[in-house]
Design a protein around this ligand. Structure first.
Ligand code: OGA
Ligand code: NI
Length: 359
């Protein structure tokens, strides 16, 4: 006789089929649940659907040059205003740390299904969670993506709950998580400064903040024209540091055109999240982005999502609101998690629920 737990688990196993499993089975087509309505398809290769334009690249080592810092801050200001996005080079994270993290992730996703299922959950409040699509149990359309997400700061609090297979995972991904946490502090300072705020304005608020690492795997897909790896969305945190193993990310520009983000060896991507949009009172906007997949190879990414402490509410900075009414209501990371547990965030973005009608 099966006990309750086992029954639940086998039920879950039945409804759960990862993108990796599908790719490995060699299916010539994607199952119907992955097929997007024509208006939401990525229009790969069409010059109308995507455009190549020059996106900002910032050399972070120049932030440490007293004579150059203010011009780098100015570049960051322009990138944040125009795109809510930029790439960084000379960011200080050694290539070997990046390589090791990608290697550990590759090994994790290559594990047998049963091993990964030990960490599966549909509960977005879980600190460690393996899954596929966005949420396999509630998604109406599915996305060609497997992931493992884990809380990552403070590292010692969470690392024991991380995957114990492959054996190198905790060490290699842990080093990368620590390095991104250091980098995010420099970025938050520079972004505060670029808004004309005190350098430590956000720092104070993010000191005990959270870091969630989403490790994403987009296996080769038989029909990349009719599906996506992730739907259009913005990230909830203050900022996201994204590492990609190859091209696939697209961002939406102010004319609502999709722009493919070029792969630059050694670079990391910085994306503004909803908390910076609210804090800046809309001077900066969080960037809307999506992920395309391809026929030929697997793409990996690490999205390190930095945000305020779970229950801390963020609101527009009084210095930036001036005498006007604030354009946004306040919110916390926990409010966001509650929202995505009970709403379809592909239909409506969480941040739109915070906008005041006077803005
Ligand atoms: C995310 C995300 C982009 C990517 O995890 O929120 O947008 O390229 N990832 O994987
Ligand atoms: Ni994202």
């Amino acid at each position: 006789k099966l006990n309750m737990e086992e029954t639940m688990k086998s039920l879950l196993d039945d409804s759960f089929e990862s993108a990796m499993t599908l790719t490995n089975s060699g299916a010539p087509q994607v199952p119907g649940r992955y097929v997007l309505p024509p208006s939401q398809r990525p229009a790969l290769g069409s010059s109308l659907g995507t455009r190549e334009i020059t996106l900002p690249i910032i050399d972070l080592s120049l932030l440490h040059e007293p004579l150059l810092r203010s011009s780098v801050i100015q570049e960051i200001n322009m990138a944040c205003k125009e795109f809510g996005f930029f790439q960084v080079i000379n960011h200080g994270i050694p290539p070997s740390v990046v390589r090791d993290a990608l290697d550990a992730a590759t090994q994790f996703f290559d594990l047998p299904v049963e091993e990964k299922m030990l960490l599966v959950s549909a509960d977005v409040h879980k600190p460690v969670r393996y899954g596929t699509s966005l949420n396999h149990s509630t998604d109406r359309v599915h996305y060609w993506r497997d992931f493992i997400k884990h809380y990552s700061y403070p590292l010692s609090k969470w690392i024991d709950m991380w995957p114990s297979n492959p054996p190198c995972y905790k060490d290699k991904v842990g080093k990368y998580a620590e390095a991104t946490h250091v980098l995010h502090k420099q970025l938050i300072e520079a972004i505060s400064e670029s808004l004309g705020l005190e350098k430590d304005y956000l720092q104070e608020q993010t000191e005990e903040g959270s870091q969630v690492m989403a490790v994403n795997c987009y296996p080769a897909c038989p029909e990349p024209e009719i599906t996506l790896g992730m739907p259009p969305h913005s990230d909830f945190g203050s900022l996201t540091i994204l590492l990609q193993s190859s091209q696939g990310l697209q961002i939406m520009d102010s004319n609502k055109n999709w722009i493919s983000v070029p792969y630059i060896e050694g670079a990391l991507i910085v994306q503004l999240g909803d908390q910076v949009e609210v804090m800046s009172n809309g001077i900066y906007k969080s960037v809307i982005h999506r992920v395309t997949v391809n026929k030929d190879y697997k793409r990996l990414s690490f999205a390190s999502l930095h945000s305020l402490p779970l229950h801390k509410r963020i609101s527009p900075a009084p210095e930036l609101v001036g005498n006007n009414a604030p354009a946004y209501g306040e919110f916390s990371f926990n409010d966001f998690l509650d929202y995505i547990s009970s709403n379809d965030c592909v239909q409506q973005r969480f941040i739109d629920t915070l906008k005041k009608s006077n803005s």
